[in-house]
Structures are given as structure tokens and as C-alpha cells.
Ligand binder design. Structure first.
Ligand code: GDP
Ligand code: GDP
Length: 444
């Protein structure tokens, strides 16, 4: 039910980040529409292949002489522990190196499923190059050229079939166009850095006793779904490991897992991103928000620990949200105190609003009126002496709302104009808190 976790391992320069980019590049990186958000270059959700999966680029494992490297290596090793499958990349042009041999021994000790992947087969004889890697004592290498995408879809098909069974289910629940059931529970994930107050918020929502049950050991691999109700509305809370209460006996330092967070985002319909009003907004906050948006999920920002803040600091965080995330016209941040319960009811109202917005029907005539108004307010630019024409629009999907616009030369439409259009649609249809996909098609 959870997305499998696939870790990319290999010496520096074998092509891990090239493969990572190829696997995680979405049709249209929604994050690009939000100033302040950048892609996470280490963790992502892969969509190339028959079903979604989490991809982790472990960076440069297999090189041992650098000091800062050891720190990275610890992170990378943890990702290996969390992985279901390891793709071990080697370089067809370089052949077997001592680093590859060391990594082979290391991976073997871990007892994980490892696929040997020989990259950069463009312009080399894959059979000849592949023969050399037999000395590693693994299965024959799987040949790819990450830079061109050659062999990559086939590789992911085989890998996913191996971990999910013969017929990988299309696993994105939000993609399924389920008929509207107004009373169906809303699947909510609560994400955020450690210590921002996620567990406290969960306690508020589902109550102390439920949290204890939910803390039971032995449930680490399957995602936990906890139903609860508030003001007559049903919700299902999707667990992230970070949300679970630290057990009183265990190590104290909570392990924050980006992987668990990504899996929870995938399983949710609406994500509550918790920020700590008493801390600066960090790059990790921006990445987590970026993950939720790129997954197409509705997003509610909960700015927690609002209690006990003096007016000056409240002003500071409002400004910071605006400057660092450029978010205030996308969603209304909710200022809460999980500890005292202030604002929590309104937070859930916002969840319900965002959920409704993400599923809204956008009638074609209304879409076209908004498009015409937008164009007459501000014409698309000329490109090579011809004006870009946007002719008509229709809804291409929901969850997130997808708007298809047909015209000429649409490929040349500047990003600023895309954002302008998206904002027009957002305002006209009150699509707060949900990313909007704009698909431009050129058709003559
Ligand atoms: P990483 O250090 O393992 O993440 O490796 P990178 O993804 O940064 O790639 C290292 C270099 O190899 C870059 O210059 C890439 O353009 C190049 N590269 C990656 N994949 C391929 C490939 O399939 N063919 C060729 N010819 N070059 C590649
Ligand atoms: P998590 O790691 O995100 O689950 O964070 P916790 O829920 O464990 O909270 C971390 C710390 O912040 C704890 O000491 C909480 O008591 C405290 N905390 C949580 N919510 C609030 C809040 O609304 N106001 C204040 N002042 N402290 C809070």
C-alpha cells in the first residue's frame, strides 16, 4: 500500500543524479509556480514507470577519504536501511573500480535486494562493457543511458514488478476519479520538521488514548490510518513516523524521515504542514511544502505555537511567510496553538475547504470567460514576431484542478504569464490551497 522506496547508490559521477532527475521529473513541476520553493535534490517521488515510488539519491557512497563525506554517508546509509530496493549504478565507460568492489561488499552485507545498473551505455558496446562487471559476482547488469532515458522505463517496470508483484497497482489515490461522496472522510497527513508540534496537534485531534494505541510497536511498515470526527465531519489521519509519539523509553531523539513524509503525502488528499512560529522558516520547510505541492495535494499551513508570541514576532512571521514562501495568495495560513487548542477547529475547516476546492467542477463556459478576461487585461507576448494565441480552455481533471488551454505557440508562453493565468483561475474559482495544473496545448 505504501510506495516502495528505491535508493540510488554508486560512486560519484556514475550518473545517480541524472537518473534521479529523470525518474522524478513530473510532467510539469508544479513547484516552479511558487517563488521560494526549490526542488529537493535528494528525495523525490518517481513517476516514470507503472506505479509511483520514493527515490533517494544517496550521493557519493563508496569514496572514503573526505571528512564532510562521512556525515553525508551516515545519512545515505540510513536511506539504505529504509530502502526496499537498491539500484547500484556503475559506469559502462570506466569499468569495474575498487570503489565498485568495496560497495558491492558493503551492499551484500546489508542483505537488501540490489539491482546492478550499468549506466552510460550510449556509444559503447553494452555486451562487452557488461561482461566486465561479472567479476562483481552479481546478476548481469541492467544497461541504461540515464542521460537519454534509454532503458530506464523498462528498468523501472522490472524493478516495480519485482517489489509490488506482477501487476503494480496504479497507486495514486488522488488520480482516481472517484465519484463525489460528500461525506467520505478526508485523508489528512500532518507533516513538518521535528519539534514543531505535530504530535501535540495529533493529540488534540484524536485524543490521548487513541495516540497510545496508535503508538503500538510492530506497525512500522504499514501506514497507519486513524479515523476521527470533528464538528460532524469525518477525517482520516495518515501517519508519518514523525507524528507518532516518542515512546518514553526509547532513544529520545526522534528520527525524522523524509521518506515517511513522502509516503504520507502520497496517501493523503490534504496535507497540513506545521511550522513553528518561534523558529525561522528553513530550507527543509520549503522542501516539505514543495513535495506536497508537486504531489498535487491540497495544502494547509498551520503556524503553530502562536500562543505567547508578542505582536512584533507575529508580524515577523507573517512577513517571513510572504517573503520566503510567497504564499499568501495561495493559501491562508492558520495561526494555531496545538498546546491550547486555539485555532484547531478552524484549521480543520480549512482542510475541508481546500479539499472541496481541489475537487471543484470548473464549467467550460466559465473557464473561457476567465481566459478571455485575462487575455484582454494582459495580452500574451509576441514571440518571433507572432503573438501567442490562447484560444479556449476546459477542465482536464480534478485533484488537483487541471486546466487545459489550447492555442498556438503555447510552448513559448513565459512562466510569468503561466503564473498570471493560474492566479486568475485561482481567484475566479476560489481555488485556495490547492496547486493548479495548467496544461498548454498547441493545436492547429
Ligand atoms: P552522480 O555523481 O552519480 O550523481 O553523477 P551525475 O548524475 O552528476 O553524472 C555525472 C556525469 O555523467 C555528468 O556529466 C552526466 O552528464 C554524465 N552522465 C550521466 N548519465 C549519463 C549517460 O547515460 N551517458 C553519458 N554519456 N553520460 C552520462
Ligand atoms: P513534533 O516533534 O513535531 O511531534 O513536536 P511535539 O508535538 O513533540 O512538540 C514539540 C514541543 O513543542 C513540545 O515540548 C510541545 O509541548 C511544544 N509545543 C507543541 N505545540 C505547542 C504550542 O502550540 N505552543 C507551545 N508554546 N508549545 C508547543
Amino acid at each position: 500500500m505504501e510506495q516502495p522506496v528505491i535508493a540510488l547508490v554508486g560512486r560519484p559521477n556514475v550518473g545517480k543524479s541524472t537518473l534521479f532527475n529523470r525518474l522524478t521529473r513530473t510532467r510539469d513541476a508544479l513547484v516552479a509556480d511558487f517563488p521560494g520553493l526549490t526542488r529537493d535534490r535528494q528525495y523525490g517521488v518517481g513517476r516514470l514507470g507503472p506505479a509511483p515510488y520514493v527515490v533517494v539519491d544517496t550521493g557519493g557512497l563508496g569514496e572514503t577519504d573526505d571528512v564532510t563525506y562521512h556525515h553525508m554517508q551516515r545519512q545515505a546509509l540510513r536511506a539504505l536501511d529504509e530502502a526496499d530496493v537498491i539500484l547500484f549504478l556503475v559506469d559502462a565507460r570506466v569499468g569495474v573500480t575498487p570503489g565498485d568492489e568495496a560497495l558491492t561488499r558493503d551492499l551484500r552485507r546489508r542483505g537488501k535486494r540490489v539491482w546492478l545498473v550499468m549506466n552510460k551505455i550510449d556509444g559503447v558496446d553494452a555486451d562487452v562493457a557488461g561482461a566486465e562487471f561479472h567479476s562483481l559476482g552479481m546478476d548481469s547488469p541492467w544497461p541504461i543511458a540515464a542521460v537519454q532515458g534509454r532503458g530506464v522505463t523498462q528498468l523501472m517496470g522490472a524493478v516495480l514488478e519485482d517489489c509490488l508483484g506482477a501487476a503494480p497497482a496504479s497507486a495514486d489515490p488522488a488520480d482516481a476519479e472517484a465519484p463525489d461522496e460528500p461525506d467520505a472522510p478526508i485523508d489528512v497527513a500532518i507533516i513538518g520538521r521535528p519539534n514543531v508540534g505535530k504530535s501535540t496537534l495529533v493529540n488534540r485531534l484524536i485524543g490521548e488514548e487513541r495516540v497510545l494505541v496508535y503508538d503500538m510497536p510492530g506497525t512500522t511498515r504499514d501506514s497507519i490510518r486513524v479515523p476521527f470526527e470533528r464538528d460532524g465531519r469525518a477525517f482520516t489521519l495518515i501517519d508519518t513516523a514523525g507524528v507518532r509519539r516518542r515512546s518514553r523509553v526509547s532513544d529520545g531523539v526522534e528520527k525524522f524521515s523524509v521518506i515517511k513524509t513522502l509516503q504520507a503525502i502520497e496517501a493523503a488528499q490534504v496535507v497540513i504542514m506545521v511550522l513553528d512560529a518561534q523558529q525561522e522558516i528553513s530550507e527543509q520547510d520549503a522542501h516539505l511544502i514543495g513535495h506536497a505541492i508537486n504531489a498535487g495535494r491540497g495544502l494547509v499551513l498551520a503556524v503553530n505555537k502562536w500562543d505567547g508570541l508578542i505582536a512584533e514576532n507575529r508580524e515577523r512571521i507573517r512577513r517571513e511567510l510572504d517573503v520566503k514562501l510567497g504564499f499568501l495568495d495561495f493559501t491562508r495560513p492558520r495561526f494555531i496553538s496545538a498546546l491550547h487548542g486555539t485555532g484547531v477547529g478552524r484549521l480543520l475547516e480549512e482542510v475541508a475547504h481546500v479539499h472541496a476546492a481541489a475537487r471543484r467542477e470548473l464549467p467550460t463556459p466559465a473557464l473561457n470567460r476567465v481566459l478571455e478576461d485575462a487575455i484582454s487585461a494582459h495580452q500574451p507576448p509576441l514571440v518571433r514576431g507572432r503573438r501567442i494565441k490562447l484560444r479556449y480552455a476546459h477542465q482536464g481533471g480534478r485533484n488537483p484542478p487541471t486546466i487545459v488551454v489550447h492555442g498556438n505557440q503555447t510552448r513559448d508562453l513565459p512562466d510569468a504569464y503561466r503564473r498570471f493565468l493560474i492566479n486568475r483561475f485561482r481567484k475566479a474559482f476560489q481555488l485556495h490551497g490547492t496547486p493548479i495544473r495548467l496544461e498548454l496545448r498547441t493545436g492547429e
